[in-house]
Design a protein around this ligand. Structure first.
Ligand code: FAD
Ligand code: AMP
Length: 471
């Protein structure tokens, strides 16, 4: 029987990073992954590389180019002839990016001498992992440490069958071969808004049905309000407080039945995306049989260092508590590998940045004003609108704002919230500031290049003490 210092189950951004870091630290490492990529070939990279972060960003960029040509170029004095779409070419480009990256991860495994055991892994008592490959016989390996990084899968709705043709989940929504005339999206969360925006920009009429009354309840309330207004202006027909009761596919499309406080409705759409969130994936892991504790929400129970109830078994990424974000899983992967190697690493879960990839983007780190109100903590905040930024004006990207929230007495930054073009990049500065427990005054004293979008962060920080210069 082969023996390894570390066996990682799951080859997504949590698992493959844990494997690389373990190998870098001199631990003999294997990674078990069962994902079968689009061409029927095994592929590392998990949801993120194969059917999440990366392919969605590829389509996002394509759709943004299309939108800009149609709606933004004329004001720049650039005239275009008739613009046409080639969706199969767009999808092919997306697939090539995915293949290049998943092959890249396989290359990284080789470079770091990590053994890739292709197949489904399950736990057996005595720190054993049984790997059942796509083809061939199962193999049992012995591990000194096991890191579970089995990720998450899309949530489904009762009585709604995902056929990946008319009714799709996020994976199917990355594969449409033509723009649906009318597209339904259930769930106005991170994924529903991102994918709904892509197909809206490419010309679909998009209706979004969301059960909650509050739009993007986890974000800053002022930003959520502006964002809802902006997305509706862009053409997303967003209905809040709306519960979908059934969705039935037929040859022509999908019949949706839903209700809100005012009544019951029916609507036909050509395609329907189910985007009602994701759930931790522990199926087939044999967790119960080895007494691995899974909490009532289905997550593998871990402490702050990602240790489970079983000594030397760890769990990281989407399969454990916390935001389902690739970078959160990767950081946990590095921490666990380093702790196995005897280092004192930790992850600061309070400074994990969030990004919603709509256009403009929404990004934030730390607390919202409503979090702080609920906790009874006194704070002050400073905002700066993008329309007052010279660079935003030059880029014709004036929608949105930056908000910096600081402790009322100590001035320590407690949260930074951005709605605007390039928010996903601008938030990095706020993460660094918060990681070093900077005050709003510290951020206000840092020189920002002119003209840049990040000057808006500087101005919002200045405005925490009422000193913004350009409003
Ligand atoms: P996963 O990436 O889900 O990987 C788990 C891997 O383990 C998979 O390959 C799976 O096949 C394998 N596996 C599971 N069980 C077993 C088993 N028993 N044996 C062998 N292998 C197994 N996050 C961001 O941070 N930024 C984004 O922009 C972003 N965009 C997204 C867009 C979409 C459309 C979706 C769906 C998700 C997006 N996410 C994004 C979320 C991100 O994809 C996840 O947070 C991330 O992939 C989680 O990483 P992970 O390693 O924990 O799990
Ligand atoms: P996220 O977890 O960010 O991907 O968001 C998923 C969204 O789907 C949440 O805002 C949920 O409120 C929403 N949702 C869940 N079930 C339903 C339903 N039956 N009808 C409409 N929206 C739903």
């Amino acid at each position: 029987m082969k023996e390894f210092d570390v066996v990682v189950i799951g080859g997504g951004p949590a698992g493959y990073v844990a494997a690389i870091r373990s190998a870098q630290l001199g631990l003999s490492t294997a990674i078990v992954d069962e994902y079968i990529g689009k061409g029927g070939k095994p592929a590392l990279g998990g949801t993120c590389l194969n059917a999440g972060c990366i392919p969605s960003k590829a389509l996002l960029d394509s759709s943004e180019h299309y939108h800009r040509i149609q709606h933004k170029y004329a004001s720049h004095g650039i005239k275009t002839a008739k613009v046409t779409l080639d969706i199969p070419a767009m999808i092919k480009r997306k697939d090539e990016i995915v293949t290049s990256l998943t092959k890249g991860v396989a290359g990284l495994m080789k470079k770091n001498k990590v053994t890739w055991l292709q197949g489904h892994g399950h736990l057996e008592l005595g720190m054993k992992v049984v790997v059942t490959p796509q083809k061939g016989k199962p193999e049992t390996v012995q591990a000194k440490n096991i890191i579970i990084a089995t990720g998450s899968v899309p949530r489904t709705l009762p009585n709604v069958e995902v056929d990946q043709d008319r009714i799709v989940d996020s994976t199917g929504a990355l594969e449409f071969q033509e723009v649906p005339k009318k597209l339904g999206v259930i769930g106005a969360g991170v994924i529903g808004l991102e994918l709904g925006s892509v197909w809206n920009r490419l010309g679909a009429e998009v209706v979004v049905l969301e059960a909650m009354d509050d739009f993007l309840a986890m974000t800053d309330a002022q930003i959520a309000k502006e964002a809802l207004k902006e997305f509706r202006k862009q053409g997303l027909d967003i209905h809040m407080g709306t519960r979908v009761n059934s969705a039935e596919a037929d040859k022509k499309g999908v019949l949706l039945k839903y209700e809100d406080a005012k009544g019951q409705y029916e609507q036909r759409v050509d395609k329907l995306i189910i985007a009602v969130g994701r759930k931790p994936h522990t199926e087939g892991l044999n967790a119960t049989e080895v007494d691995l504790y899974i909490d009532e929400s289905g997550y593998i129970h871990v402490d702050e260092f990602c240790t489970t109830n079983i000594p030397n078994i760890y769990a990281i990424g989407d399969v454990v508590r916390g935001p389902m974000l690739a970078h959160k899983g990767s950081e946990e992967g590095m921490m666990v590998a380093e702790r196995i190697a005897g280092q004192q690493s930790e992850v600061n879960h309070d400074t994990i940045p969030w990004v919603i990839y709509t256009w403009p983007e929404i990004a934030w780190v730390g607390k919202t004003e409503s979090d702080l109100k609920q906790a009874g903590r006194e704070f002050k905040s400073g905002t700066f609108p993008m329309r007052a930024s010279g660079r935003a004006l030059a880029m014709d990207e004036t929608t949105g704002l930056v908000k910096v929230i600081a402790d009322a007495k100590t001035d320590e930054i407690l949260g930074v919230h951005i709605f605007g073009a390039a928010a996903s990049e601008m938030i990095a500065e706020a993460v660094v500031a918060m990681e070093y427990q900077a005050s709003a005054e510290d951020l206000a004293s840092i020189v920002h290049a002119h003209p840049t979008m990040s000057e808006a962060v500087h101005e919002a920080a200045l405005n925490v003490s009422g000193r913004a210069l350009h409003i």
